[in-house]
Design a binder for this molecule. Sequence first.
Ligand SMILES: NC(=O)C1=CN([C@@H]2O[C@H](COP(=O)(O)OP(=O)(O)OC[C@H]3O[C@@H](n4cnc5c(N)ncnc54)[C@H](O)[C@@H]3O)[C@@H](O)[C@H]2O)C=CC1
Ligand SMILES: O=C(O)[C@H]1O[C@H](OP(=O)(O)OP(=O)(O)OC[C@H]2O[C@@H](n3ccc(=O)[nH]c3=O)[C@H](O)[C@@H]2O)[C@H](O)[C@@H](O)[C@@H]1O
Length: 461
Amino acid sequence: MAPVVVKSGPTCAVIALKCPNIKVTIVDLNQSRVDAWNSSDFALPIYEPGLVDIVKACRGRNLFFSTDVDKGIQEADLIFVSVNTPTKKSGVGAGFAADLNYVELATRRIAAVATTSKIVVEKSTVPCRTAESMRTILDANSKKGCDFQILSNPEFLAEGTAINDLLSPDRVLIGSLQTPEGRDACESLANVYAHWVPKERILTVGLWSSELSKLAANAMLAQRISSINALSAICEATGANIDEVAYAVGKDSRVGPKFLKASVGFGGSCFQKDILNLVYLSESLHLPEVAAYWKQVVQLNEYQKRRFSKRVVDTLFNTITGKKIAVLGFAFKADTGDTRESAAITLIKHFQEERARVVVYDPQVVESQIWMDLSEASPDISLDQIKKQVSIAPSALEACHNAEAIVIATEWKEFREINWELVYANMNKPAFVFDGRLLVDVEKLKQIGFKVMSIGRGDTY
Ligand SMILES: NC(=O)C1=CN([C@@H]2O[C@H](COP(=O)(O)OP(=O)(O)OC[C@H]3O[C@@H](n4cnc5c(N)ncnc54)[C@H](O)[C@@H]3O)[C@@H](O)[C@H]2O)C=CC1
Ligand SMILES: O=C(O)[C@H]1O[C@H](OP(=O)(O)OP(=O)(O)OC[C@H]2O[C@@H](n3ccc(=O)[nH]c3=O)[C@H](O)[C@@H]2O)[C@H](O)[C@@H](O)[C@@H]1O
């Protein structure tokens, strides 16, 4: 069997690793990304722990990367469509609905060039019933004798832990039409995963349930973070400690301990996008109360970021104008170079508005990405103007030099291991640490002399 993949590097690299008898070709229109996947020094387009070893083991054996989309489609029996589905920026549903243009274009291309029957797998996160639109396009445009079966197979990996998530998934979900042909297609895909995933973890359901389950899973994960972040505000006002509250609540097996870490706000390319998508779906279905419920998860997240920035300003004697603030971390979480919807972008924008001087350090995010994100966040300000206020440091130590305050925006492990005595010696006094990730040892830093403010702790100053 020869699946071809429209994008989705980590997933398909793991399929190639675990299924040496399957030829996997990842096709992407983006030449520079494909060049990076094929680069001789394995400088891959994304940073993901463990990925490079898999690509080293499989590339050229049964894993190939190409921009020749048409050839990839023609050779494949199984096609994963994993193109981007961002939030629409204009037109009907702008700011909420998913932009399905890339999915539609990829589907039309499959219909146009396929000369044999295929199983087309919807891997992108999409609104409920998108598979129906894909089937309509394929049926209306296919050649005689070409039959297309559409499956939904949502991706549940998280960035930074993608390889582990893929190697030992909690579940693999496959949705299909409940027709004999639909069930056969479902079994073919299940057989691919069965190379390494225990059978009881491969769940097969109807198409629409599968599509909705993906949005539901992300919405419920993000809802837990907004719930704990809402409680963090109460902790700060009362002297309770959010880590202790999360621990106590998470011990109830009905709640569970995961995804209860209070933070400066969730980021990443999917949580906000997928919840807004769910909000739009609910509104389209004339369910305004349901829409309002999910919308609040995103609104609370915005509030959390604003609340944190305000606490910085309030604590620094109500003004940060001209003060140097070191922002440690720019990625939306640790162990990734991805910055999409990162809380750091919003915080820096707030600090810019207060006319502070900001120095950023992140161990993985490249400089050009930081400048691009900050420019996009402040479209009315030129990059030259931004660079007068913001600079990028090559290490955490240098970022903190002569700063009045440190803001921890990403939970990189190396920030836990900083030489805090040295950092303190080189800072202006009083030296403040604002921990947006509950990362530092508060007591240790206080002993050194720092004034420490943690999310969800009112007693740490
Ligand atoms: N990034 C993640 O960790 C996860 C992403 N997802 C979902 O997977 C989908 C893809 O997400 P990302 O990989 O983050 O997006 P991305 O924006 O990083 O990559 C999408 C790629 O698709 C390519 N592309 C677009 N149209 C194409 C076409 N017609 N033919 C060939 N290539 C085409 C683009 O050049 C781009 O490189 C989204 O629906 C997202 O919600 C789901 C779970 C996890
Ligand atoms: O659809 C997707 O794209 C993916 O979205 C998330 O994965 P991801 O965004 O990569 O990373 P998460 O670990 O979920 O973190 C998201 C954000 O929440 C924050 N977070 C996470 C957990 C927590 O307890 N507290 C918290 O603030 C993280 O720092 C990060 O900013 C989901 O966890 C994946 O299951 C899903 O496949």
